[in-house]
Design a protein around this ligand. Structure first.
Ligand SMILES: [Zn+2]
Length: 399
């Protein structure tokens, strides 16, 4: 359904808050009045916008205000993290109508994860009583690497046991919905653009803190996907040349200096947080990580030093990437961002100011406006984007 202009018009009405008249739309989007009028008619017929009364603006005919019909279309977004799975039902205004969050069961068993996602989605739709005919599809944000063309999860380092899993076709048949899959960090960046608008937040880095850490780059309102759709893998970017050894042969990679697991590992030692034995389940790592974060916030000096060191190392990676891509804004989010946020929002800007890359501009540091749901919301936004008007990028839905 629809075309790029239709997406632009729907976007403009959605972002206006109070709604727009046809005349105001012409001014806002720069399309011919007849084109605007035709597209608005289509949107009205499809139940995606409504006429919300008339306003008289002095001289001339009163104008009819157009608003997005929030219940005109929905999308389900799922974020699959090895430790935790989050699902949201998003309406056309981008409101989270319902959400579910649960530990990811047996993350190393794709069949069980698929079953868990299927039942989360079913319970979201049942609980809200939303008409399935109004659900545009299901977007799933997953750790990379993925093959976007075939909807396959390849062999993510944080999901042992996953090798070339056809997640998109599996979920399309188990849920009966059109499905798209996207790399987690790219979905999170897409959510930020969708909510804030391409004009207000065009270019930024999105640092995703989950079981793994990734960094999406958005330039001029578009998320960079790369040749294979797997841009954003920063696990082996060196943040501290004297840091711990990494399986890749280097020292001090992001993967061994900034992840929740690396914080827990670094906390082993006399008088520090409880040790987690090698091979312990993700839930044990999560519990120990949250314990460290809580201690850091409540004034435990050893825990605070650990978290701040990870923040400084993360800032090193950010400084390099911001210089490479010429961006002056970094947004943090992801399932394990919020426990770190209090200390990171102080330590990261300080570290960036301390060690500026020569010739670069100051970097603004902020947290996602969407909280813990950002990645799941992003997966749902991509579905709405795709269903309501194909964009230049190729996002393949299977249904
Ligand atoms: Zn490495």
């Amino acid at each position: 359904m629809g075309d790029f202009n239709q997406t632009v018009i729907l976007d403009a009405i959605r972002r206006s808050g109070q709604g727009l008249s046809r005349v105001e739309l012409v001014g806002a989007v720069g399309l011919a009045p007849q084109t605007v009028s035709n597209i608005v008619r289509r949107l009205l017929d499809a139940g995606l916008v409504t006429e919300a009364g008339k306003t008289s603006g002095g001289a001339g005919k009163p104008r009819t205000t157009l608003r997005v019909h929030a219940a005109g279309s929905y999308a389900v977004g799922v974020q699959l993290d090895p430790a935790v799975t989050t699902s949201v039902l998003l309406d056309l205004m981008g409101n989270v109508v319902a959400r579910r969050i649960a530990d990811t069961p047996h993350g190393n068993n794709p069949a069980q994860v698929l079953t868990a996602i299927t039942s989360q989605v079913a319970s979201l739709l049942t609980e809200t009583g939303v008409d399935r005919g109004r659900v545009a599809g299901l977007g799933v944000a997953t750790p990379g690497p993925i093959d976007r063309e075939s909807g396959t999860v390849l062999d993510p380092p944080n999901l042992p046991g996953w090798h070339r899993v056809p997640l998109r076709s599996g979920l399309a048949s188990s849920t009966g919905l059109p499905v798209l899959i996207e790399k987690d960090v790219s979905a999170a960046a897409a959510a930020e653009i969708w909510v804030s608008g391409r004009r207000s937040t065009p270019s930024f880095l999105f640092v995703y803190i989950g079981t793994g850490i990734g960094c999406a780059v958005a330039l001029d309102g578009e998320v960079l996907h790369g040749v294979s759709g797997n841009a954003g893998e920063i696990g082996h970017l060196v943040t501290d040349a004297s840091g711990p050894e990494c399986s890749c042969g280097q020292r001090g990679c992001v993967a061994v200096t900034c992840t929740p697991r690396s914080l827990v590992r670094a906390a082993h030692g006399p008088g520090s947080a409880p040790a987690v034995p090698p091979g312990a389940p993700d839930s044990a790592i999560t519990a120990a990580f949250l314990d460290i974060c809580r201690s850091a916030v409540s004034g435990d000096e050893a825990a605070a030093r650990l978290v701040d060191r990870a923040a400084v190392r993360t800032a090193n990676a950010v400084a390099t990437l911001a210089a490479v891509y010429d961006v002056d804004r970094v947004i943090f989010g992801g399932p394990f961002w919020s426990p770190l946020s209090a200390r990171y929002l102080a330590a990261v800007p300080a570290a960036l100011a301390d060690r500026p890359v020569p010739g670069s501009r100051p970097i603004e540091v902020s947290a996602t406006v969407l909280g813990e749901d950002v990645t799941a919301v992003g997966a749902a936004c991509l579905v709405l984007d795709r269903a309501l008007g194909p964009r230049r990028e190729r996002l393949l839905l299977e249904g």
